[in-house]
Design a protein around this ligand. Structure first.
Ligand code: TXA
Ligand code: MG
Length: 355
């Protein structure tokens, strides 16, 4: 399949005209990858079963993992969901458009393949101007998982989508960096109190401020991931770089010392090592390590949004450099940090040392 790459600059006049062709392709059953504020998505007409099937094939995604339906107008919710739960309105008013996905009872309009046969549907209204304009122009709800090959880190740049999906989709829209950097928060509002199924761009604290009572998503650790690392099942490896990954948790000086000690051993035996640090901890590592290892900073602990924003790009950069082992510091689980730690732990397949 020939994949067309369309670069869209939202600062140009009439920029949205550049989306006309992609919108027509979407409407008529094609696959279009596009930027959202969280990560890039791989879209198809959600009401077209054959088109949605093609998403699963292009990603190599297991068919029992349902997709999020993206809309550009809250009015579309009534077509997709039946008996919209009472809490929905306040959540939509506060967080849409934005990185919050709501799980609601599905309507009969939504094909089984979108929901993987569940009686609920996931709906989100993205805030990225390109995503919004594209969905509006297509005139149909758009089913879109993250635009990566199944299991790999989600794409935050068009080049990540090109790496994974070139030749497998009709169009890739290049709209620059996806700023939030982690996916939307998935919130089940069919139950009381609502439950966070996946921490993401909207934080537990933000949801609590609107809902009062919300059940947070436990930060997974080795104890909650049976089978890992003893028998790491594919089921537990998500967002995974090619490299083996290890997280080290503890006081910053201790963590740096532990990672340095291990890195030296790896370097000596010729293993390519990547180290994921933060701006505040970078100086705790021996300068000599910087010559034998690939060291990347995730961002600043003082601005945790930067940690989320850079995470998937850093994991992919390690892969690009042929790194075989990645060692990473853990982060605070407050606010967006909860989503960052969730992704780090999954990327590491639950491999974590607590000092
Ligand atoms: O930020 C995002 O959410 C991105 C962008 C492209 O919008 N999309 C995304 O999609 O992350 P995906 O497919 O990679 O993740 C969707 C998550 C999966 O964990 C899936 O199991 C869950 O949402 N999900 C979808 N429908 C569901 C449902 N009816 N009930 C429970 N979970 C559902
Ligand atoms: Mg995904």
């Amino acid at each position: 399949m020939r994949t067309q790459i369309i670069k869209v600059d939202t600062n140009a006049t009439d920029w949205d005209k550049q989306l006309d062709q992609a919108a027509e392709i979407l409407r008529s059953g094609g696959l279009v990858a596009f930027p959202t504020e969280t990560v890039y998505g791989l879209g198809a007409n959600a009401l077209d079963e054959t088109a949605v099937e093609a998403i699963y094939r292009a990603k190599g995604r297991p068919s029992d993992n349902p997709l999020i339906v993206h809309i550009a107008d809250t009015a579309a919710v009534k077509d997709l969901a039946d008996n919209t739960p009472q809490t929905a309105q306040a959540l939509m008013d506060t967080f849409w458009p934005g990185p919050l996905t709501l799980i609601m009872p599905r309507s009969s309009l939504v094909p089984d393949i979108v929901t993987a046969g569940l009686d609920t549907v996931a709906v989100r209204m993205p805030s990225h101007p390109i995503a919004s304009a594209l969905i509006k122009k297509a005139g149909v709800p758009v089913a879109a998982p993250s635009a990566n090959s199944s299991g790999k880190p989600s794409p935050t740049l068009a080049k990540h989508v090109i790496e994974d999906l070139m030749g497998k989709v009709d169009v890739i829209i290049d709209g620059g960096n996806a700023e939030v950097g982690v996916e939307s928060t998935v919130l089940d509002i069919t139950v009381t109190p609502p439950v966070i199924l996946r921490p993401g761009g909207v934080t537990l604290e933000q949801l609590q401020s609107v809902l009062g009572d919300v059940v947070g998503s436990p930060v997974p650790d080795t104890a909650e991931m049976p089978g890992t690392p003893k028998s790491p099942g594919m089921k537990y490896r998500h967002y995974s770089p090619k490299a083996m990954m290890l997280l080290v948790e503890g006081a910053p000086e201790q963590v740096a010392a532990e990672i340095s000690k291990r890195a030296e051993l790896y370097c000596r035996e010729g293993t390519a090592v990547g180290i994921l640090v933060t701006d505040e901890t970078a100086a705790l590592y021996e300068p000599s390590l910087y010559s034998c290892c690939k060291v990347l900073s995730l961002g600043s602990r003082k601005d945790p949004n930067t940690l989320a924003s850079n995470l998937f790009r850093c994991l992919r950069e390690f892969d690009e450099k042929g790194v075989e082992v990645i060692m990473a510091e853990t982060t605070d689980v407050k606010g967006i940090g909860q989503a960052v730690m969730n992704r780090l732990i999954k990327a590491a397949g639950g491999n974590i040392i607590k000092l």
